[in-house]
Design a protein around this ligand. Structure first.
Ligand SMILES: Cc1cc2nc3c(=O)[nH]c(=O)nc-3n(C[C@H](O)[C@H](O)[C@H](O)COP(=O)(O)OP(=O)(O)OC[C@H]3O[C@@H](n4cnc5c(N)ncnc54)[C@H](O)[C@@H]3O)c2cc1C
Length: 405
């Protein structure tokens, strides 16, 4: 006889059991409070007014002007979850998601700077930093210091904990040696969260997170990558040669860096979902505008049902992305499990972003293929969503693990 098959039981049990106490008055996932609406609108208006005129130049030059980064600090999107007494906005993770979505509608290169700074660096410091580290660093991160997060190396991407950067204890310090690759904000950051292994015999339990300043002796910024998309966002190699880091710059406990990485990246992933969501929305905004203007066969191309149906499908897919992204972010803010939801939102939103930007290029026709129009850039930018903060296969792995556990 074969394996005995037992019918599934309802409710389905997975490892993320939670109590459902949804009342009929619960607002829709996409309902925003007045404060959230004002915040989202102010970020979008800023992006439209101050970022949009710079998009083409920043992409051509592969550079974010410091003056624009200063304006992001002034706007209050560089310390969203930092408490007000430390100079931040004292807002929620969900606010970060709204800001990333709104900025991405105009330029995903600008939004990823904000995303890494808030959802990875500040997030890690808020959760794992000791009081002294928070007192010293949070006000700077809210005011003018850009953060970067350095986990990946040439030999360790998906297999992140195979990292070979070493931290050797010497006196009261750690001496770091190794190289990091692909580090977003490498050009702009003054504070780096860097993962190194201080006890390779212990495997991943030797991984430790360090807070390292730009300019630390033995730390240099290496090659800047020349990329397909999000070109204005810097992606750099970091080189550590006998870099001395004081023991009080360990973030969290020695040997617990793997936890810092897992937890922050689970949340960061929702930020990438928001980036891809905003990017797709931006592409659809352009496609709607263009198809209402462009005439062929004596009519606007938006009047053709074939085009209308393509736009409608894109709008539906974007709304589905938004629901997944907002749900994951709201679960995180509510302190409920969100691992699977975060993986799903990033995976889905990045696939939608690829499809919608490709459609936008098609609907612009020849104009979609040239740099004088905005959609070819968004098409290039969309590709990164399936690669960083865990490739699509790794998101599928996470979802499958939850499903089968
Ligand atoms: C523009 C950019 C910015 C980045 N920013 C940062 C940053 O700020 N900080 C940072 O630490 N890193 C950053 N990264 C690194 C990024 O997170 C890694 O590139 C990513 O995790 C993939 O690692 P990899 O490039 O080594 O690819 P690999 O891990 O070599 O993957 C190659 C392919 O193999 C597949 N694969 C690997 N393992 C499996 C498996 N077990 N099952 C199925 N398929 C598998 C992957 O899905 C992928 O398709 C950035 C990368 C880029 C390109």
């Amino acid at each position: 006889m074969g394996t005995q098959y037992v019918n599934p039981q309802l409710p389905t049990s997975n490892s993320q059991e939670r109590s459902y106490s949804v009342s009929v008055t619960q607002p829709a996932l996409t309902s925003l409070t007045e404060d959230e609406t004002l915040f989202r609108n102010s970020v979008y208006e800023f992006a439209d007014r101050e970022v949009r005129p710079l998009v083409r130049q920043m992409d051509d030059e592969a550079k974010l002007p410091r003056a624009l980064i200063d304006r992001l600090f002034e706007l209050g999107v560089m310390g969203i979850e930092i408490p007000e007494e430390s100079g931040g906005s004292g807002a929620t993770f969900f606010h970060s998601i709204l800001a990333i979505e709104a900025l991405s509608r105009v330029d995903p290169s600008v939004s990823v700077l904000v995303d890494v700074h808030n959802t990875l660096v500040i997030n890690a410091l808020l959760r794992w930093g000791n009081e002294e580290q928070k007192r010293a660093l949070l006000p700077k991160l809210a005011e003018s210091t850009v953060g970067a997060y350095a986990l990946s190396e040439a030999g360790s991407g998906s297999d992140a904990f195979a990292l070979t950067t070493r931290g050797a204890a010497r006196g009261g310090d750690y001496i770091l040696n190794g190289r990091k690759l692909w580090i977003t904000n490498g050009n702009e950051a003054d504070l780096f969260v860097v993962f190194a292994n201080v006890n390779p015999e212990a495997g991943y339990r030797g991984i430790t997170a360090f807070l390292i300043d730009r300019g630390a002796a033995g730390f240099t910024i290496g090659k800047k990558e020349d990329k397909l998309g999000i070109r204005a966002s810097s992606t750099c190699e970091l080189i550590f040669e006998e870099c001395v880091v004081a023991a009080d710059r360990v973030l969290g406990e020695v040997g617990k860096g793997y936890k810092v990485a897992i937890e922050t990246l689970n949340e960061g992933r929702i930020g990438i979902g928001a980036q891809m969501l905003g990017l797709a929305q931006g592409a659809l905004d352009h496609a709607v505008n263009y198809t209402k203007e462009r005439k062929q066969f004596g009519h606007t191309i938006a009047s053709f049902q074939g085009v209308q149906f393509q736009l409608a499908r894109a709008a539906m897919e974007i709304e589905a992305s938004r629901l997944l992204v907002y749900n994951a972010a709201r679960l995180r803010d509510a302190g409920q499990p969100f691992l699977q939801e975060a993986a799903m939102c990033k995976l889905f939103a990045s696939e939608v972003a690829e499809r919608v930007t490709s459609l936008a290029v098609n609907l612009f026709g020849g104009n979609g293929f040239v740099k004088d129009y905005p959609v070819e850039k968004l098409f290039r930018d969309a590709k990164i969503g399936q690669i960083y903060e865990g490739t699509s296969n790794l998101q599928l792995q996470t979802i499958a693990k939850q499903l089968l556990s």
